[in-house]
Each structure stands twice: as C-alpha cells, then as structure tokens.
Design a protein around this ligand. Sequence first.
Ligand code: FE2
Ligand code: FE2
Length: 132
Amino acid sequence: MVVEWDPALALGHAEIDGQHQEIFRRYAALVDAMESGRSAEIGDLFGFLVEYAARHFAAEERVMAEAHYPGANVHAAAHARFVRELAELRVLYEVNGATTGVAVKTRTWISDWLRAHIMGVDLGLARFLRGR
Ligand SMILES: [Fe+2]
Ligand SMILES: [Fe+2]
C-alpha cells in the first residue's frame, strides 16, 4: 500500500488539495524513516505532522463555517478523532520504537484514513462548495 497522493483525490480546491499533497508527502517520509530505521527524523516528522494536520483541519473548518456547511460538526469530529489517533500513534512509537509492527500500523492506518476521509467528508464538502 503506497502512501501517496494521486489525482483521483483532487477536490478542485487549490488550498485544500495543496495541503493534502503536503500531508501525503510528509507521511510518506515518516513511513520511510520508520521502515529504514532513521529514527533521528521520526520525532521531527511527528512534530511537523501534528502541527500541520491541525493547521489543515483549521483551514477546512474555517471554509465550512464561512459556507454555513451543514455537515461541519460531523466533519470536525472526524478531524478531532484523527488528532487523537495520531497522538496515540506517536505514543506507541515513543514506547516501542520503530518496530516492524509500529511501521506497518503507521503505513496502513495513515493511508486508509487519509483516503477514506478525503474521498468521504472532504469530497462532500468540495461538492457542496461547487454547488453553491
Ligand atoms: Fe482534508
Ligand atoms: Fe477534512
């Protein structure tokens, strides 16, 4: 399973699409650092991702608020869940190190979550914005 943005995930919103691409790039770097045992990079990548995900979610939530988007609460709850699960993953790494199990979990969780979220609630938001 590749952690990679692909054009099928494009929502047609320049700011949001650009942030999604950056998230995929950095998560791919995190997975790569874990799988190659470059532990010096892992802490920094976690730090970046925690901060960048928060900034991205805030941007989407601002767009939803400005558009009076009816699905805003459900969508924001999914963001909060991601923040929680990312923090749990970071703790799992800090406790266990970059074991194969932690690396596999990181790769599958992030790839599945991002695709499902982008093709689900993010796409719903993009369609709503286009349909106004
Ligand atoms: Fe998003
Ligand atoms: Fe989102």
